[in-house]
Design a protein around this ligand. Structure first.
Ligand code: SF4
Ligand code: SF4
Length: 113
């Protein structure tokens, strides 16, 4: 599990573009969606999430092979790692991950979407 970084979380909390409901949503009503073409697996999302929604790990090989060549190259350079959301049902839509992600790879979506 990635260790939480309180300084990064504080900066994300003060970000003027932070979306979400500041941890007031019903757990699991909203979930983060990670765009694997943008994600570089650098774990800022995992460092700021108060509910440990994210894990950083290898990208699914099938997903990887379906990417355009330039994207595959970029992912390869970054160790073919990506953010996974194994605990998406704990998300409370605080929006910290969205503004913390340097690649703008995360959007919040309704859980049924
Ligand atoms: S989703 Fe963004 S913050 Fe999270 S690992 Fe990927 S690039 Fe980094
Ligand atoms: S919005 Fe992002 S940081 Fe906030 S609880 Fe959900 S997954 Fe975690």
């Amino acid at each position: 599990m990635v260790k939480r970084n309180p300084e990064k979380a504080k900066r994300a909390a003060a970000h003027p573009d932070r979306p979400g409901e500041e941890c007031k949503a019903e757990p699991g009503s909203t979930r983060p969606r990670v765009d694997p073409r943008r994600c570089e697996g650098k774990s800022d999302c995992a460092e700021v999430c108060p509910y440990d929604v994210f894990e950083i790990g290898p990208i699914d090989e099938t997903v990887y092979r379906a990417m355009p060549a330039m994207v595959r190259f970029k992912l390869w350079v970054h160790g073919k790692k990506t953010a996974h959301v194994p605990r998406a049902d704990a998300c409370r839509a605080c929006g910290l991950c969205v503004v913390a992600c340097p690649e703008k790879a995360i959007t919040l979506v309704r859980a049924e979407a």
